[in-house]
Design a protein around this ligand. Structure first.
Ligand code: CUA
Length: 305
């Protein structure tokens, strides 16, 4: 029960495991105490008074001593967990900045490497997420890896975690932020360290010059339609910063902040009908492009691995 790419009951990092263990202690302990109190109450109601010895000792013991001891122990445990989870990472920590937008995520790696809606991290190495927002309050949440953390205007929050096994997960905005709050998700991929280094090096490279004439036509149409006003594709004149950086958009598992699986068809559909598919998002629908242009544009974007 509870397994899956978006489940707090299937922890894949130290942070999520600590929260999971704390929850188990609270739920099981709370359930056991509740059952014991109910059983005692039932016994007190049904049994004759002489068969319920102890008198006031039950009141002092069960009403004062037991709660004080239990809650004190839990409090110390909980402070310990909270302290451990809020500790900053060491010198080996990878720093990843995430900025929330209505309704997508900008992800910044060291050395100016920029991506969007897809977070890739190495297994076994601490990662510090440094999060904020460009507009309203969002909440950054990868249930399998950590608890939620708010993204607050003009403020920076931090979250450090170490993923303990490679895998793919789904993150989701966890604070209502407008019409498309539901469609504000992202993909998280945990890679073995060597593959992570390859991925990061790849993301740092600009888009290659296309050789195929269809891809050339797609790139030219992208630039001509004015997409570069909002989107950047490093290696081309497109340098907009309002929308997601698309330099390696073809390498991302999904599109439009976790809304569709990525692919040529989804890209074409998104360009032509962004407002239909995700109403009120900041990208207009380019419904006047002819099919051939649209296909070429989508093919070029898909080739940007
Ligand atoms: Cu962003 Cu909800």
């Amino acid at each position: 029960m509870g397994r899956g790419p978006q489940s707090a009951l299937d922890p894949g990092a130290d942070h999520a495991s600590a929260v999971y263990d704390l929850s188990l202690v609270l739920f099981i302990g709370g359930g056991a105490i509740f059952a014991a109190v109910m059983a005692l109450a039932l016994y007190a109601v049904l049994a004759r008074p002489e068969r319920f010895p102890g008198g006031r000792a039950w009141v002092y013991g069960g009403g004062i001593l037991f709660p004080v001891v239990t809650l004190t122990v839990l409090q110390v445990y909980e402070f310990g967990v909270a302290r451990r989870l809020s500790a900053p990472g060491g010198p080996d920590t990878l720093r990843v900045e995430v900025v929330g937008f209505m309704w997508w995520w900008e992800v910044r790696y060291p050395e100016g490497i920029l991506t969007a809606n897809a977070i890739v991290i190495p297994a076994g190495r601490p990662v510090e997420f440094v999060v904020t927002t460009a507009d309203v309050i969002h909440s950054f949440w990868i249930p399998n890896l950590a608890g939620k953390i708010d993204m607050i205007p003009g403020h920076v929050n931090r979250l450090t975690l170490t993923a303990n096994r490679p895998g793919t997960y789904r993150g989701q905005c966890a604070e209502y932020c407008g019409a498309q709050h539901t469609r504000m998700a992202f993909d998280v991929t945990v890679l073995p360290p060597a593959r992570f280094a390859d991925w990061l090096a790849g993301q740092g490279r600009p888009a290659p010059e296309p050789a195929d004439p269809v891809l050339v036509a797609g790139r030219d149409a992208f630039l001509k339609a004015g997409c570069g006003e909002c989107h950047a594709v490093r290696g081309t004149p497109a340098a907009g910063t309002r929308g997601p950086d698309l330099t390696h958009v073809g390498s991302r598992p999904s599109l439009a902040a976790g809304t569709f699986p990525n692919g040529v068809g989804a890209l074409a559909g998104w360009i032509a009908g962004a407002q239909h598919l995700k109403p009120e998002n900041r990208m207009p629908s380019f419904g006047t492009l002819d099919g051939e242009t649209l296909r070429a544009m989508a093919a070029w974007l898909e080739s940007l691995k």
